[in-house]
Design a protein around this ligand. Sequence first.
Ligand code: NAD
Length: 374
Amino acid sequence: MITRRTFIQKTSVTAASIPFIPKLIPQFDSIAQSASGEVLRVVLMGLGSYANRVAKAMETCTRAKLVGVISGTPSKIEEWKKQYNLPEKNCYTYENYSEIESNDDIDAVYIITPNSLHCEQTLKVAQAGKHVICEKPMAINAKEARQMVDACKMAGVQLLIGYRMHFEPKTLEAIHLRSSGQLGTPLFFQGLSGFRIGDPKQWRLNKKLAGGGAMMDIGIYSINGARYMLGEEPIWVTAQETKTDPIKFKEGVDETIQFQMGFASGAVASCLSTYSMNDLDRFYLNGTNGFVEMKPSTGYGPIQGRSHLGSLTAAVVTHQTVQMDAMAGIILQNETPLVPVDGNEGLKDMIIIDAVYEAVKTNKKILLPELNAI
Ligand code: NAD
């Protein structure tokens, strides 16, 4: 059984060095309680590279368990059945997965397919009465995201978005520095999110499947990060696009977008989203009295960071293990995460992405009046 104490010991960080962690990550306190209680039984849909990472990480979850799969490739289903000891009755295809409705051994479906499939698949899973965990970006625009939020509400199921950083200890430590006033008034955020994309034939470079380009895939981390690091919603966006390779990055697939966001407090964010540069993974938040920097800031880790007070010291974890245990707590025990991961949180990012694309197209400042009302 993993208690908070053994968890901290395992990660070689003393409780004294992270006195605020138990408060920041309430789900760590309840790991021990839930080990003997309910476990979230999860089916993964789409057995690609990220699903493999999630499945591996779930092997050490104490509150969530992989119980089945949905895939279009029979050979993958056979491999996964063997590797994860999955019963045949919990394995489905894209043609028959509505049948999960009558399977009482499944609580939730985690959708890890190309972006443009998320909306339709979420609607089908919700209709089958199962909770939905959906990868980011939750959809390819705000219209679809709203449809997903409404459908899950109507069906009485939860919709959570795979925002793993919302449970990552150093991220929460950085947020705590800001929320406890140690940075003074936060005034500037810089988010750099990018990597150099390879194979030009992959779905990430296909507008129909990806819904866009780097902004949908990696730029979303800077959008989401600006919001949780500053603790505020933006009220306007401006953006400029640069394309150096129009053959690889076709119409509607953005290569590099630089964008700015303004906040009611007077804070500003300056961000870069790109598919053309490696080692671009850095968050920097500056206030009137200090700063906090994370580099890497959203990669698989280990996340590292420092502030004007010294290095960030919170535990190193496997992001997806902590995420899935925390999501089990949210779905089964109504726990509230410090930074939300619900459908509305994903919808806000989609509204901002729509605005970024609109700003690129019109070269105008796009106002975001509705974010605070969601
Ligand atoms: P991938 O290409 O490795 O896997 C996608 C899977 O979807 C494949 O198994 C593929 O067979 C399946 N699929 C089903 N229908 C398909 C269709 N019509 N066309 C193409 N593939 C189809 O991609 P991935 O890297 O696993 O990404 C999947 C999702 O996960 C994306 O939405 C991505 O943004 C997200 N993701 C999130 C993180 C994170 O850290 N949260 C990391 C990577 C990917």
